[in-house]
Design a protein around this ligand. Structure first.
Ligand code: SF4
Length: 378
């Protein structure tokens, strides 16, 4: 067995659909009724049993949510025992768990190590108190700093931080200066990976509704663009590789192995409510409701809500959409059959939006800004 990631090895994602409270901008599948955790664990165990042997061996495991770190020690132990019982995991597995800063305390980090997690993804979002309160986060900036200190002293060297920028103040102006301050502060803790997302306000969330009622405003497009450029420049100047529109890593060894699979159509198995899976051009996803998920598995049925088989053309388009959001880009052969492709490629290269390298189309920083629009040009 090899220790290095292989493009052929699938990834395993487990969705923990619980949070202590709901942040007003979040549309992830999660509930605050923690009394459902034991039933969800029973259901997850049954889902693992039903899926055993169908995928693997896995070289990445990603425990996401929701807030996986609110699970009690005994729940995490049971979950990992279940995973090991039903699935084959590669040596050198990249095992990530999403953790909120206020959940890092006591022996928690020792337990995560013991359970073979070797990568932490911390939901920091901001280190600016007014922004944290606005976002409805439960943790404080001080808790984040303490958590990062503990993580470092516990010897975790693979640490990713999630951050949000372009957060509207109630008056509608992004906090450009605190955002730089946020970057400067978190870099002191030497994370090897950062995910920096522009604030989005999805439709069916309190912020989404406030947006449509005119009670909140997105910062103007130009300001977001400026913040995006600032982020990219700031982090590249400090040695990070901007390897996906929202993702930065200290080196290629720090790329999130699990996310790379989503972006290049490597198979992955998703377990838990709302989790998506993909293999051989087929995608399926589980029911979102925790109750329906548990009920299906009590009947010993897979909790799949729907599935789709992508046509060749849909696969090509998806590869373009996903690939042009990454520094790896896509093979030119994906577009060369399209009318006017050579001219479009020449024009995009001349405008500094893409580079053409070894038969691949690679987006530049300017290209990342247009990433979702680029495939539509072919
Ligand atoms: S942003 Fe994270 S912590 Fe907040 S509700 Fe969503 S999943 Fe839970």
């Amino acid at each position: 067995m090899s220790d290095s990631p292989s493009p052929d090895h699938p990834g395993l994602y487990i969705h923990v659909p619980f949070c202590l409270s709901k942040c007003p901008y979040c549309d992830f599948a999660s509930v605050t009724d923690l009394a459902l955790i034991p039933a969800w664990l029973d259901a997850l165990e049954e889902e693992c049993r039903l899926r055993t042997g169908s995928f693997g061996p896995f070289d990445s495991l990603y425990l996401g949510g929701g807030t996986p770190s609110i699970l009690e020690d005994r729940h995490l132990e049971r979950l990992m025992t279940t995973v090991h019982r039903y699935f084959e995991l590669e040596h050198g597995l990249e095992a990530t768990i999403e953790v909120n800063p206020d959940d890092i305390r006591g022996n928690r980090l020792d337990l995560l190590r013991k359970l073979s997690f070797n990568r932490l993804s911390l939901g920091v979002q901001s280190i600016h108190e007014p922004e944290l309160r606005f976002l409805g986060r439960r943790h404080t900036a001080r808790q984040t700093e303490r958590a990062l200190t503990l993580v470092r002293s516990a010897g975790f060297d693979r640490v990713s931080l999630d951050l949000i920028y372009g957060i509207p103040a109630r008056g509608g102006t992004p906090h450009a200066i605190p955002w730089e301050k946020t970057l400067e502060t978190v870099l002191r803790f030497e994370p090897d990976h950062l995910s920096c997302y522009i604030m989005t306000m999805e439709g069916d969330t309190p912020f989404g509704r406030m947006l449509s009622e005119g009670k909140l405003a997105q910062p103007p497009e130009g300001e977001l663009e400026q913040l995006f450029r600032l982020t990219s420049q700031y982090l590249e100047d400090r040695g990070f590789i901007h390897y996906e529109v929202s993702n930065f890593a200290r080196s290629s060894d720090s790329f999130c192995r699990h996310n790379l699979k989503y972006w290049d159509h490597t198979p992955y198995l998703g377990l838990g409510p709302s989790a998506h899976s993909f293999r051989n051009g087929e995608r399926w996803w589980n029911v979102r409701s925790v109750e329906h998920y548990c009920a299906a598995l009590r009947r010993r049925e897979l909790p799949v809500e729907e599935s789709e088989v992508l046509t060749e053309d849909q696969l090509r388009l998806e590869r373009l959409f996903l690939g042009l959001r990454t520094l790896r880009g896509v093979e030119e052969s994906l577009v060369t059959q399209r009318p006017q492709a050579s001219r479009t490629l020449r024009e995009l290269a001349a405008s500094g939006i893409i580079l053409r390298r070894n038969g691949r189309i690679v987006p530049t920083r300017k290209g990342f800004l247009l990433a979702d629009g680029l495939p539509l040009l072919f």
